[in-house]
Each structure stands twice: as C-alpha cells, then as structure tokens.
Design a protein around this ligand. Structure first.
Ligand SMILES: *Cc1c(COP(=O)(O)O)cnc(C)c1O
Length: 401
C-alpha cells in the first residue's frame, strides 16, 4: 500500500519515539523486579517512582501516591466503579448515575452491578452529546453512591462539563468518577481543580505503550481492591509492575501534555476544514456539538449508505478510519453513542469517525476531502435505501409544487 493515512487516534496511537527509547533499558538489561532488594530491582523501583512523580505533575495530583498503575483504561474504570459501589453498599447506598453514551468498560461494569442489586440511572446526552448538570442534580437520590461521567466521548469527541457535574455530585455528598481516557494528554487536566474523586486514563491513547494505564484516587478514599496478591501499589493493586510500560506511559504523557496548545490549534483547524468540506455532501450531518469537542475528532453521518462499506473503500484508498468505536465494529448494531443522540437506526448506520493526531498533516485532509465524496456517490448509486430517500424527496417536492 503506497498511501497510508492513519485517522483512528481514538482507537489507539503510535508509540512515541521518546517513550520507546525510555522503555528500552527496562525491556533489556534492567529487568529487575521492583520489589527485589538487590540493586537491579532497586533501579526498576526508582524508574517506577520517577514515573509516578511525572504522572502526578501532569495531572496536578497532590501526591505521587495518589496515582495507581493498572493495566489500562478498562481496568481503571472497573476498579473505580466496582470499588465505589462497594463503599456505597456498605452505607446502604445502591444507586449509581452515569450516561447513555459511556464506553463499554463503564456500561458493562454497570450491567454487572445491576445484576448484583444496584439501581442504575443513565442520563440522556441530548442531540449535542452533552450531559446537563441540572439533569444530574434531579437524578441524585438519598441512596446515590456514585456518579460516573466520561470526560470526552470516544466516538463523537464531545467534552462534558466535568467540573460542574462533579460539584453537583459533591453538593449531595456523592462520589464522582470520570473516564478521562480520551481527554488525558489532549486536554489540560488538573484533578485538584476539577475536584474529582477518581479519574481513569490509558497510556495507548496518548502515544504510550498498550496494556498500561492509571487510576487517580483522591487521598483518604479507601477504595477496595479489584486485584488481590502482592503488596504493589500500596497493597491496593497486586502484580509485578509493568516497569517498561509505566516508564513509557509517563514519558509519553509528559510529551503530550507539553504540546497541548500547539496541537489543539493545529488539529482544530484541520478538523473544522474537514467538517466544512464534508458537509457539502448532500444529506450529511455532524454528530455531536461542533464547539465542545476534541480537537482531532470528526464524526459524521451520510444518509443512504452503510458505514462498513465506506470504511472498506476508504481502506482501499489508504485511509484507516472507523465507524463508531473499535469495540463495536464487527457487530452490525449501530453505535449506542449515535442512538443516544437520538439518531434513527438507518442514519446511525452510515457513520464515519476520523480522529487525528500529531502525525497527520493538512495534505491528509486534502486527500480525504478528495476521496470521500466520490466513494459516497458510488455507494449511494448502489443503495436501495438512497433510492428510497430520493423518491421520497421527489414525492415531497411534487406535493409542494
Ligand atoms: C480506549 C478507551 C477505554 C479503554 O481503555 P483500554 O486501555 O483500551 O482498556 C476506556 N474508555 C474510553 C473512553 C476509551 O476511549
């Protein structure tokens, strides 16, 4: 394949060169177990400690020990939600509030808790893909144990008013967790300013290695374990540390956080030019709020086509994109996120998500703008659904005329 444009940064990202270089010693000669007492282990321990301090600085956590290393975003979400649920249950609180368009790491954990006797309220996200603080307040009950709302959505990129939502939860003495996997490294995050109790992040979404992440836990919140075993992570998360992964994650996060202003400016310009260009296609629409969305996120629907066919044809043209999320692809169900916006099934099927990062250029946008319209035209020319839409249009016009 000659041309290749990677436009799926919400699914995962390329490992940064700096992160790889920082990891190499811990994948080769410096292989000691951080818990061992000899020097080889001590070097690994020092690297893990330094990485924890870097993570603390990047998130402005009060102490390095507020950062707990885990295996990724899914584990952080599971731990935060199941742990907070357990704390609540001990006080007789078995109600949890979340939203309709969370990642499956959150939604499926909530499904599990529902089977364990918890009541779950999922807030609507409306047509713009944004949760309203007054609706959260109205949903809070005496027995609410936890509110969990994602920082930025992985499909449509909409950014939630986390600080306001957290303030509402705290006003009623309810714990607040945010799945910030799509936000960390992309948006400035200050856990003290946000005042959240729990925050999940994942390394491979900001050019770190896969299989490593972190959970921020506010000091004094005695979250029960998800994983039992050794004394790692202050006895709260057992398992020999993924030293190389942890070092790579901290290096990548520092790098990503250091270039947020420049990246935001560049990607926002590229994103808006692409959206404006694709909106020239007949019967196309942007999914989610245009302003309160991640700089690199484009998510659109084109009526009368199947998202999967569009993706396959884009792949032949060298463009890696996605419809919905990586986790739901392979199933023919439309995205739960697009359905939560109120889109009908047949429209939600024709979605395209393009998510950009540092490696993308303005030329990539030009190229995508040159290949997408002819592909859609071709797909529509073969689509019975599109034919129906055109006939309906003609019918409506005749009635008017
Ligand atoms: C990718 C993602 C996750 C899962 O993270 P992993 O590290 O892949 O387990 C969770 N939440 C959101 C919003 C994500 O984008």
């Amino acid at each position: 394949m000659s041309k290749h444009i990677y436009a799926d940064h919400a699914a995962t990202t390329r490992l940064s060169d700096k992160a790889l270089a920082a990891m190499m010693p811990y994948l080769t000669e410096c292989y000691g177990n951080p818990s061992s007492l000899y020097r080889l282990g001590g070097e690994s321990q020092k690297a893990v400690d330094a990485a924890r301090m870097t993570m603390q600085e990047c998130l402005n956590a009060p102490r390095p020990n507020d950062i707990y290393f885990v295996s990724g975003g899914s584990e952080a979400d599971n731990w935060a939600i199941r742990g907070a649920a357990e704390i609540g249950a001990k006080k007789g609180k078995k109600h949890i509030i979340s939203t309709e368009f969370e990642h499956h790491a959150v939604l499926h954990t909530l499904d599990y808790l529902k089977k364990q006797g918890f009541e779950i309220t999922l807030l609507p996200v409306h047509e713009n893909g944004i949760v309203r603080p007054d609706e959260l307040e109205a949903a809070i009950r005496e027995d609410t144990a936890l509110v969990t709302v994602m920082f930025a959505n992985n499909e449509i990129g909409t950014i939630q008013p986390i600080k306001e939502l957290c303030a509402v939860a705290h006003k009623h003495n309810v714990l607040f967790h945010t799945d910030a996997v799509q936000a960390v490294g992309t948006l400035p995050i200050d856990v003290q300013e946000l005042d959240v109790d729990l925050l999940s992040l994942s390394s491979h979404k900001f050019h770190g290695p896969k299989g490593v992440g972190a959970l921020y836990i506010r000091k004094g919140l005695n979250l029960p374990n998800l994983i039992y075993g050794g004394a790692q992570e202050r006895g709260k998360r057992a398992g020999t540390e993924n030293t190389a992964g942890i070092v790579g994650m901290a290096t990548a996060l520092k790098e990503a956080v250091g270039s947020i202003p420049q990246r935001t400016e560049r990607l926002t310009r590229m994103r808006d030019r692409l959206i404006d260009g694709l909106l020239k296609i007949d019967r196309s629409r942007v999914n989610g709020d245009r302003l309160h969305r991640l700089p690199g996120n484009v998510n659109m629907c084109f009526e009368g086509i199947e998202g999967e066919s569009l993706l396959l044809m884009l792949d032949l043209k060298g463009v890696s994109a996605s419809s919905g999320s990586a986790c739901t692809s392979g199933s023919l169900d439309p995205s739960h996120v697009l359905l939560a916006l109120g889109l009908p099934h047949e429209i939600a099927h024709g979605s395209l998500r393009l998510t950009f990062g540092d490696d993308n250029t303005e030329e990539d946008i030009d190229y995508i703008l040159s290949v997408v319209p002819p592909i859609i035209e071709r797909l529509r020319s073969m689509s019975p659904l599109w034919e129906k839409i055109v006939m309906q249009d003609r019918h409506d016009n005749q009635k008017e005329g």
